[in-house]
Design a protein around this ligand. Structure first.
Ligand code: HEC
Ligand code: HEC
Length: 198
């Protein structure tokens, strides 16, 4: 094989390599697309109406998780009429724009340890992924620290009853009692962490 031929194959291979990552996206585009998001995610204590629970905080959330959540709403695998409508028209590039605008490069990490959640035996397993050891778990788990307690409870019930399905949480939520769910949600909500967007 001549050197030029080898280089040619290498270039062809690089060009043909499937692009799995998102396009780069622009912060300015994201700011424009994200303006409507602030109507809910940028208002402290804003509530979802039926059922009533506070809109989740996005500030400091894991980037890959926000991406996965928007895709799940867009594809319809995660239920919620408003968020499905919000995400339905977003292209992959739009999502990349929004992620850049949100500036989620440095997620707030949960710093929960097994000792801290010792009050609830069922919660011990959660810190394996959501606690300080959550690095390297794929897909990167969402940060829970500082999230609204009523949102966490709502979503844990959804994992438990199967309305939010198709991911690892189904198995972990299945073993939680209502009392566990309340205790765990209050525990994570009491920590410093996520913030309402500004
Ligand atoms: C009308 C209010 C409203 C608007 C506007 C809105 N959201 Fe939401 N968003 C919500 C609610 C309520 C939830 C929780 C839904 C659920 O229970 O799954 C949510 C959930 C999310 C989640 C998942 C958070 C998590 O912790 O799982 C992401 C990500 C998100 N929204 C991003 C956006 C983006 C980006 C926009 C703008 C394109 C947007 N939202 C516009 C109300 C809104
Ligand atoms: C094997 C790793 C792993 C373990 C153990 C685990 N989780 Fe999760 N958790 C995840 C991942 C990944 C997601 C994102 C799933 C999705 O896309 O819906 C998630 C999502 C969540 C969410 C939704 C957050 C949001 O913003 O909507 C909550 C709440 C949660 N987990 C709580 C718990 C609790 C409580 C436990 C213990 C009973 C637990 N998790 C155990 C990996 C894990």
């Amino acid at each position: 094989m001549t050197r030029r031929f080898a280089v040619g194959i290498l270039v062809a291979a690089i060009v043909a390599w499937p692009r799995t990552g998102l396009a780069e996206g622009s912060i300015e585009q994201g700011r424009q697309l994200g303006f409507t998001c602030l109507g809910c995610h940028g208002i402290e204590g804003q509530r979802n109406a039926y059922p009533s629970y506070r809109v989740p905080k996005l500030g400091g959330q894991s980037r890959s998780y926000v991406e996965a959540a928007l895709r799940a709403y867009r594809e319809g695998s995660r239920p919620h009429p408003t968020m499905q409508a919000q995400a339905s028209s977003l292209t992959d590039l739009n999502i990349a724009d929004i992620l850049n605008w949100l500036d989620l490069n440095e997620p707030v990490n949960d710093s929960a340890t097994a000792e801290m959640v010792a009050g609830s035996a069922a919660a011990g397993v959660c810190v394996t992924c959501h606690g300080a050891d959550g690095e390297g778990v794929a897909p990167k788990p969402p940060t829970l620290a500082g999230q609204h307690s009523d949102y966490l409870q709502h979503t844990l019930h959804q994992y438990k009853d199967g309305t939010r399905s198709g991911n690892v949480m189904t198995a972990f939520a299945a073993t939680l009692s209502d009392a566990d769910i309340e205790a765990i949600a209050d525990f994570y909500a009491s920590m410093d962490g996520l913030e309402t967007l500004e």
